[in-house]
Ligand binder design. Structure first.
Ligand SMILES: [Zn+2]
Length: 286
């Protein structure tokens, strides 16, 4: 039982109800399998106040034994498990994200999606469909016997990011340098041997945008979960969690950052601003 805060009034992060309790965003059985104390300080990140209705819906998300098995063993019991893990991961990260300052989904949008998926009103059916559409989830199995190498960074433009300037046809044409937004493009988490990277929905950079994102992730040893079954499972990879969480960034101005995953007009604006030519910036992806 969580001990801290039991006697304080807790507010549900989704609906604001004041009768919330501290709930586990990750299943306690999974945390125990990974050798973690579900109520200890090292797992505090995975606990959040929820009302009973939304917690009930959240618990249902974890009742997927094949997903839990894949997380704890690295092996998928069946080919569909990779896709189910991708959905599970997106919702778990979204729930974790709204309680933190940074998230790969703009907060208001994430709250709307979460309230549909885990409705706080008893009797209201959870929304169906793929609400996290456009989100890409990557994974690898960590190999701690080798040191991780430095990774390039890839700038992306996130959908719903208020820093991305749209034209009258709702197409991305530029960016605001300062708006106080605390968005990150991606977030990474390690559970046992499994490393997960979630990248928020992006504006496309042109033909085969998703395939080129997957190639960028593959350079870090990460496999797109939607393709993992076809590719024969997850790779074992030397991993730096910090480097992987910065693999995709919303900041195109770092010298290590490749910009060919940005929409064309934003790319042109970045090139004009930095004086980089396409030869320099795009050479690695030719
Ligand atoms: Zn609630």
């Amino acid at each position: 039982m969580p001990s801290a805060g039991d006697d304080k009034q807790l507010i549900c992060v989704l609906c604001g109800a004041s009768d919330a309790t501290v709930e586990h965003v990750l299943p306690q059985t999974l945390l125990r399998k990974l050798g973690l104390d579900p109520n200890g300080p090292e797992t505090a990140l995975f606990r959040t106040p929820l009302c009973s209705a939304s917690n009930h819906r959240g618990s249902a998300l974890h009742r997927q034994l094949d997903v839990i098995e894949l997380i704890s063993t690295g092996q998928a019991p069946n080919p569909m498990t990779f896709a189910r893990l991708a959905q599970w991961t997106a919702w778990v990260f979204m729930l974790l994200g709204v309680t933190r300052r940074v998230s790969e989904w703009p907060r208001d949008h994430a709250m709307d999606l979460l309230r549909q998926r885990f409705p706080c009103t008893p009797g209201v059916q959870p929304g169906t469909g793929n609400a996290t559409s456009g989100t890409r989830v990557y994974a690898a199995l960590a190999d701690d016997s080798v040191a991780a190498s430095e990774l390039p960074r890839w700038a992306v433009a996130l959908r719903k990011d208020p820093r991305v300037v749209l034209n009258a046809s709702d197409q991305p044409v530029g960016g605001r340098l300062t708006s106080g937004s605390a968005l990150v493009a991606a977030d990474a988490l390690r559970l046992g041997e499994l490393v997960l990277l979630v990248v928020g929905p992006t504006w496309r950079s042109g033909a085969e945008h998703e395939r080129r994102m997957d190639e960028a992730a593959a350079r870090a040893g990460l496999t797109h979960l939607g393709s993992a079954s076809r590719l024969g499972g997850l790779k074992t990879q030397a991993v730096s969690l910090d480097a992987i969480s910065e693999l995709f960034t919303t900041d195109p101005f770092d010298v290590r950052t490749e910009i060919n995953l940005l929409p064309q007009d934003i790319r042109a604006a970045v090139e004009a601003f930095t004086g980089f030519g396409p030869d320099l910036v795009g050479a690695a992806q030719a």
